[in-house]
Each structure stands twice: as structure tokens, then as C-alpha cells.
Design a protein around this ligand. Structure first.
Ligand code: ITT
Length: 194
């Protein structure tokens, strides 16, 4: 079957592509020539994930899934959370976002944080949600050049390296997105969605 991923983020597509079982082909918005930005105006990850999957279903009549992800830092009361993409003011300026976070944590002892992904699956107008979380901590400087977004400053619990230093297969095995996506695949299999 073809599964539409309602995202313009090619890094998310690359990660999920690796996790696909045989028989499922991933189609991104870029593959479909859909270029318009889908404004994320909700105040929760669930709300924004649904907004993206609903947009594609309503405007293009395509069943699809969307992912909304946030980095929640304990010492900052869960910031940047749902506002992770524009934490420093400019949409998806990863270095500015990381710099702001490192600055805001400079005088904090507690550096624990977690990534959370919510996937919204819209199948013929009906929505299901799947979540994944990975716990870790924010490093004191950026390390590694793999991955994207906040990966250079996030070290998952149980590892000495940041997500940007770890191979993608390891990130996928333990990550927020990997966990949420594997729940989505189980759901599709259990419900014989082909
Ligand atoms: P789409 O909405 O088109 O899917 P996006 O990049 O805007 O793409 P999000 O709103 O879900 O995606 O992402 C919120 C922010 O969190 C954004 O700055 C991302 O770079 C960052 N982010 C998302 N997943 C991440 C991951 O696995 N590792 C590090 N940073 C991540």
C-alpha cells in the first residue's frame, strides 16, 4: 500500500523510510508536489498533528499520517514543547533554537528532557493517535553532525553520545519517532489496512 506522510521535513521522511515494512511505500508531500505550508496553530502536539493530517485529507482526499514532535525540558517547565520549531523566533532555525536552549539552561543543574512524537493517522476521515517518548538530557554543547533539529544537544538515557553522534539505526530503535511509528505499523497490520 501507499502511505502518505503529511510533512515537508525530509529528515523525518528519511527516518521513517528506514522503518517501513515490505509492502508499504511512503509518499511525502514533496513527492506529491504539495508545497504549501500547513500552519501549526494548535497548542498541543496532538492538535497540530491532527491539523496536518486533516489538511491533507480534506484538501487532497488522501488518507495520510502526520507527525508533530516537541522537546520538553523539565527545568524549563516543558519548554520549548509544542513551540520547538520556532523557539528562537525563526521557523526551524536549528542552531538558533539550540543556542537559546543552551543559554536558558546555563544556570540549571537539572538538564533532563524528553522528546515526544504524536502521530495522527487519518484513514478515510477517521483519526487515530500514536505516541512515542524518549528520555534523556540536554548536553552543555552541540555534538555530532548526524540527524537534525535538536539532535546535537540531546543525549538519550543509557548512551554516551547525542542523537547527532549515534547512527540513524540506533536513533530509530530508541527514539520518540521510532516508537510512535512502530505503533502505527502494528495498528495498520492488526486492522489489515493494505
Ligand atoms: P513538519 O511539520 O513538516 O512535519 P517540522 O520540522 O516543522 O516538520 P515539527 O513541528 O514536528 O516538524 O518539529 C518541531 C521541532 O522539533 C523542529 O524544530 C524540528 O527540527 C524538531 N525535531 C523534530 N523531530 C526531531 C528529532 O527527531 N530530533 C531533533 N529535533 C527534532
Amino acid at each position: 500500500m501507499k502511505l502518505v506522510f503529511a510533512t515537508h521535513n525530509h529528515n523525518k521522511v528519511k527516518e521513517v523510510q528506514r522503518l517501513l515494512p515490505k509492502g508499504i511505500t511512503l509518499v511525502s508531500l514533496n513527492d506529491l508536489g504539495i508545497t504549501e505550508d500547513i500552519p501549526e496553530t494548535e497548542k498541543t502536539l496532538e492538535g497540530n498533528a491532527k491539523l496536518k493530517s486533516d489538511y491533507v485529507y480534506k484538501n487532497y482526499n488522501l488518507s495520510c499520517f502526520a507527525d508533530d514532535t516537541g522537546l520538553l525540558v523539565d527545568a524549563l517547565n516543558g519548554e520549548p514543547g509544542v513551540y520547538s520549531a520556532r523557539y528562537a523566533g525563526i521557523q526551524n532555525d536549528a542552531h538558533a533554537n539550540m543556542d537559546k536552549l543552551l543559554k536558558n539552561l546555563a544556570d540549571k543543574d537539572n538538564r533532563s528532557a524528553h522528546f515526544k512524537t504524536v502521530i495522527s493517522l487519518n484513514l478515510a476521515g477517521t483519526t487515530q493517535f500514536f505516541e512515542g517518548v524518549v528520555e534523556g538530557e540536554i548536553t552543555t554543547s552541540k555534538k555530532g553532525d548526524k540527524g537534525f533539529g535538536y539532535d546535537p544537544i540531546f543525549r538519550p538515557n543509557g548512551y554516551d553520545q547525542t542523537f547527532a553522534e549515534l547512527p540513524l539505526d540506533i536513533k530509530n530503535e530508541i527514539s520518540h519517532r521510532g516508537k510512535a511509528f512502530s505503533k502505527l505499523i502494528t495498528y495498520l497490520n492488526d486492522h489489515h489496512v493494505t
